[in-house]
Design a protein around this ligand. Structure first.
Ligand SMILES: [Fe+2]
Ligand SMILES: [Fe+2]
Length: 299
């Protein structure tokens, strides 16, 4: 293996495996907990450079499959919105470690957008004109919306990505190129759920009900937004392509029943989270809802 390939393999391993020193239990909400989820994000950063990615040449049918996927507009816009939202929340942070971790999170979102625009350019995908990405007026609300939407979208993306890989819908080289982006989202949601639990614990008791209400409002907003997206309209009333979750399952080719798809999402979620310190909380709401849905889907 050449030196660069060895370095890439080491960076890839490092982004998927992380443990804090010691094995003593850590109290959720403690300073040690905060150190842990921030260090996890900072120390598992993969320093790849989007500019040097070699986009594999695709056969005409592969190229057609990739360019006709109805996800590129929404993917580019989601990353654009996520990066400004996370960056704005980061700049409101006084705690230096949290600030550093959030800056990295926002930086990775910005890098996702660059990766996607390179892909779009390499394969000649036509995009709808991009909207502006204004800085949010309420940084915490925007951060909560981004964090929770990543928890929903990543869960389904994990399964769909694997399904597209297994069916050969995505050529192997493209899967490899994209793999770190998907694992980055796994790290982001791991960071987010730990931050949310830590933050809630550190609020004075009388502020906690307000925070819980805001989280509920975020969920309501996200459900409303997803219904809109499935119909081709986003929350701001802009038309674009459908989500991965809404139409992706139909288009990636592998004929999976809804039950098999959800089981795959659950298994992939488990696999992607398995390399990180067990004392960190795992995203639980979406997997729990998915398991609940399985009860109503026939075998
Ligand atoms: Fe992202
Ligand atoms: Fe993310």
């Amino acid at each position: 293996m050449s030196e660069t390939l060895q370095e890439q393999a080491a960076a890839d391993h490092a982004m998927r495996h992380w443990n804090a020193p010691g094995r003593t239990p850590v109290r959720i909400g403690s300073d040690e907990h905060k150190q842990m989820f921030c260090r996890m994000l900072l120390e598992t950063h993969n320093p790849y450079k989007p500019a040097v990615i070699d986009w594999p040449p695709l056969a005409p049918d592969e190229l057609h499959r990739i360019t006709s996927l109805p996800i590129w507009d929404i993917a580019v816009q989601t990353e654009g919105r996520a990066s400004i939202r996370v960056a704005t929340f980061a700049s409101s942070m006084h705690d230096p470690l949290l600030r550093q971790a959030l800056d990295m999170d926002g930086g990775e979102e910005a890098r996702h957008k660059v990766v996607l625009s390179k892909l779009v350019e390499a394969y000649g995908i036509k995009l709808a004109p991009e909207p502006d990405y204004p800085a949010p007026k309420d940084p915490e609300w925007a951060w909560l919306v981004t964090g929770h939407s990543e928890c929903i979208d990543s869960f389904f993306a994990f399964g769909l990505f694997r399904s597209a890989q297994k069916s050969g819908y995505f050529p192997e080289e493209l899967v490899e190129t994209f793999e770190p982006v998907i694992q980055e989202e796994a790290r982001h949601i791991l960071f987010f759920v730990n931050w949310a639990a830590w933050y809630r614990k550190n609020l004075p008791w009388w502020k906690r009900p307000w925070f819980s209400l805001r989280v509920l409002a975020v969920w309501a907003f996200l459900i409303y937004e997803r219904v809109g997206i499935a119909r081709g309209i986003d929350a701001d009333g802009v038309m674009h392509d459908a989500t991965f979750a809404a139409k992706g399952a139909v288009s990636v080719g592998e004929a999976l029943s809804p039950r098999a798809m959800i089981e795959l999402c659950l298994a992939e979620n488990q696999r992607r989270m398995s390399g990180y310190d067990e004392r960190l909380l795992r995203p639980a709401t979406v997997p729990r809802l998915a398991k609940f849905a399985l009860r109503f889907l026939k075998k």
